[in-house]
Design a protein around this ligand. Structure first.
Ligand code: ATP
Ligand code: MG
Length: 600
């Protein structure tokens, strides 16, 4: 399958979110803050009503001024009092509202970030392999950011202005229906124009968000692999690749905003026309003595306010639509489903014996047609040492991953103590396994914390004992700060062999029932390897040990050796049995290595 076809396959897996679903999904995302949202909405309505009071008082004052009486002075004083009180009430309401809105955005930032991290932690390896780190980070950061902007915009601007426009319309009609007509006709036209511009831009926005993620992905990749970049003098090349994506984004953004600005000009035209129309109609009505000057001023103020509100509303709509794409991408991450289904009444074992069986297991990675494992069957006895060997790409690491149930087989079964792995609670059985992977993953914390990763409450004595067995204690003591030395990102400050020994100590401390070594000694010198080999024999006593190794000397003592080639089991037996199969793969490999050793 070509790369693009595989890509399409993976895109199909993330559910797309339609426009209608968007709002209901957003509502359910914010379920923890619903009460707060209702409070904010009530404050907003109250503020909009209070906004009406001032222009109305001005109208009454002007009406009285045009026909001024001394007796009115007291009444005027009361009106001014009201003016002051309504102003104060307005500022208190907006203060309380702002406090609530800010609480809402701080809360949302907290729980969405937690939820995103939780989602990522529990999504299976298969999901993580489809997308690189930078993409995921930008998806979450931008998504959470955009949701917060969306909330702030909606609470501060969209809802208040919307209410303001509705109230203005009602009041204008109440003053005189002819004063309300321009707004009634122009507002929908205005909104339609805004909506159309945004709809036209939607595909470009989707494209842009994809590019944002791509750019972050590229940047992360070149930083993570900086050693390779600099060693192969590819700094310029990396920069060019990044520049290309960033230029696309730049072009796209320029295009979008200039289109929005142009549409803004048109929208402005509508606003100016509406204001002129109200003024004209108003003056005509005063001239006809149908309304008072106060009403004209009131109507004109309301109209100017609501047109500017309309304009603001449309600008926020632009920004909201822009942000929606980011939110949508985050929602897609939230709704990504794990392909690993855990049954409701799954087994949560208190202990395991450690017997593993592969029955006719077939497995393909990520929709690729080539099988990584093809009808593989074998048994791994409990408490014994089993070795997996064979040429590179044969499927050894894949077997280790299937034992962990990082993936489910396409066909056949993987059994632990006679039960299909799919019958177990995922975290229930993984507790009893430990692996020293081909590439030991080291966190940027101290050596001690790295070793105690699976058992954070381990005592110093336990940690040291594990390190001694892993032949790591000596080198750790020689480090600057011993067990407290920080090892850098991905253990960059350690040598390959040191990282491996740290990985072995970590796995030992976890004290598992099934222990898997995937090329755990490949980076060690002969002396260290010999020491670890002895340790392995000791460790293997009370547990099932699976050793994957290229160097056959490491696995001579294994109770059983399984030889894999191109995803199939080709030979199976003890060292002696396999060594005697004439023309067998194992004996061939053995001969080659013996020759190598003589040469050495
Ligand atoms: N994450 C992955 N996505 C797609 N294909 C993969 C993935 N991991 C491994 N493969 C492919 O699956 C096949 C088996 O790989 P596997 O890692 O199991 O081999 P291996 O026997 O461990 O090899 P080595 O001795 O080099 O470690 C290979 O052809 C490899 O290209
Ligand atoms: Mg491997």
């Amino acid at each position: 399958m070509s790369e693009t076809e595989t890509k399409k396959e993976s895109e199909k897996e993330t559910p797309k979110i339609s426009n209608q679903e968007f709002w209901s999904k957003l509502w359910s995302l914010l379920s923890e803050s619903r009460k707060l949202i209702f409070i904010i909405l009530s404050f907003t309505v109250l503020a909009a009503v209070l906004d009406l009071v001032k222009p109305y008082i001005v109208k009454v004052v002007v009406d009285h001024l045009t026909n001024f009486n001394k007796e009115d002075l007291g009444f005027m004083a009361i009106l001014i009092g009201f003016f002051f009180i309504s102003d104060q009430a307005r500022s208190w309401v907006s203060y309380l509202n702002n406090v609530k809105i800010l609480k809402l955005s701080v809360d949302v930032e907290y729980y969405l970030a937690i939820r995103a991290q939780k989602k990522l932690m529990f999504l299976p390896l298969g999901y993580h392999e489809q997308e690189n780190t930078g993409n995921k980070i930008v998806k979450i950061e931008r998504g959470v950011n955009r949701i917060i902007t969306l909330i702030e915009n909606i609470s501060w601007e969209v809802v208040p202005t919307f209410i303001q426009i509705i109230i203005s319309l009602i009041v204008l009609f109440w003053s005189d229906y002819r004063l309300g007509l321009p707004l009634l006709i122009l507002a929908p036209l205005f909104l339609y124009l805004t909506h159309r511009t945004n709809k036209q831009m939607s595909p470009r926005r989707k494209e842009m968000y994809k590019k944002y993620e791509e750019a972050s992905g590229k940047m992360t990749q070149s930083i993570i692999n900086i050693n390779a970049v600099q060693s192969f003098v590819q700094e310029e090349q990396e920069l060019n690749n990044f520049d290309k994506v960033k230029k696309d984004i730049q072009k796209n953004e320029h295009f979008q905003w200039s289109k929005i600005m142009r549409s803004g000009l048109m929208r402005n035209g509508i606003v100016d026309f509406g204001n002129a129309a109200v003024l004209m109609i108003g003056i005509y009505l005063v001239y006809q003595n149908e309304i008072t000057v106060g009403t004209l001023i009131f109507a004109f103020t309301m109209s100017v306010n609501s047109y500017s509100a309309l304009f603001r509303l449309s600008r926020f709509y632009d920004r909201m639509e822009e942000g929606k794409e980011g939110v949508r991408r985050l929602m897609e991450l939230f709704s990504a489903k794990s392909d690993l289904v855990v049954k409701k009444n799954a087994i949560k074992p208190c202990d395991v014996i450690g017997q593993i069986e592969f029955k006719e297991v077939t497995f393909n990675y990520g929709g690729s047609k080539k099988s990584a494992l093809n009808k593989v069957s074998f048994k791994i006895e409990a408490g014994k040492m089993t070795a997996l060997i064979g040429p590179s790409g044969g499927g050894k690491t894949t077997i280790a991953r299937l034992i962990y149930r990082h993936y489910d087989p396409l066909g056949g079964q993987v059994l632990l103590d006679g039960h299909d792995l799919r019958d177990y609670d995922l975290y229930g059985f993984r507790r009893f396994l430990a692996i020293v992977p081909q590439e030991v993953e080291v966190f940027d914390v101290s050596v001690r914390e790295n070793i105690a990763y699976a058992k954070p409450d381990a005592t110093q004595a336990e940690i040291e004992a594990a390190a001694k067995t892993a032949n790591a204690h000596e080198f750790i003591n020689k480090l600057d700060k011993g067990y407290d030395t920080l090892v850098g990102e991905r253990g960059i400050k350690l040598s390959g062999g040191q990282r491996q020994r740290l990985g072995i100590a970590r796995a030992l401390l976890a004290n598992p029932k099934v222990l898997i070594f995937d090329e755990a000694t490949s980076n060690l010198d002969s002396q260290s390897e010999a020491l670890i080999k002895d340790a392995m024999a000791k460790i293997a006593k009370n547990r099932t040990t699976i050793v994957i190794a290229h160097r056959l000397s490491t696995i001579k003592k294994a109770d059983k050796i399984i030889v894999l080639e191109e995803g199939e089991v080709v030979e199976e037996g003890s060292h002696l049995e396999l060594a005697h199969i004439k023309g067998g793969l194992y004996s061939k490999l053995l001969k080659l290595q013996e020759l190598g050793e003589i040469k050495e």
